[in-house]
Design a protein around this ligand. Structure first.
Ligand code: FES
Length: 145
């Protein structure tokens, strides 16, 4: 399996690992297929993401994609953060091997779940944001329907 230099860099030196104690929003998702779990913390002020951190029991690709995803959302508005999809993250990392694409969904979904948590707590609406799923595997079933 071939990983890009950027993936290796973010895997070996992940950015934003950790916890935000007084996070504005927290999201957690798992993937039943591989048993991996991802948790994302966001600090939001004046409608902007001031800080983002993550903790994962995930594979190397999950670490690299979360590292990149948290980097990409920092400084963005809530609406802009929705554009940080797993595709955008993979592009920023110069690609992932096909069997590892599902790992990038963990980062996106945990990020969305954290945005959802913030929106619920603060009574704000983020246009286009869907309710979070507990397991990214559920997403595929939804696609099939
Ligand atoms: Fe589970 Fe990558 S194998 S997140």
């Amino acid at each position: 399996m071939e990983y890009s230099e950027k993936v290796m860099d973010h895997f070996m030196n992940p950015r934003n690992v950790g916890v935000i104690e007084d996070a504005s929003g927290v999201g957690q998702v798992g993937n039943a297929k591989c048993g991996d779990i991802m948790k994302v913390y966001l600090k939001i002020e004046d409608g902007r993401i001031e800080d983002a951190k993550f903790k994962t029991f995930g594979c190397g690709a999950a670490v690299a994609t979360s590292s990149m995803a948290t980097e990409l959302v920092k400084g963005k508005t809530l609406q802009e953060a929705l554009e940080v999809t797993n595709k955008a993250v993979m592009e920023a990392l110069d690609g992932l091997p096909p069997v590892k694409v599902h790992c990038s969904c963990l980062a996106e979904e945990a990020l969305h779940a954290a945005l959802w948590d913030y929106a619920e707590k603060n009574g704000v609406k983020i246009e286009g944001l869907k309710p979070p799923v507990d397991d990214v595997d559920d997403l595929h079933h939804m696609d099939e329907e």
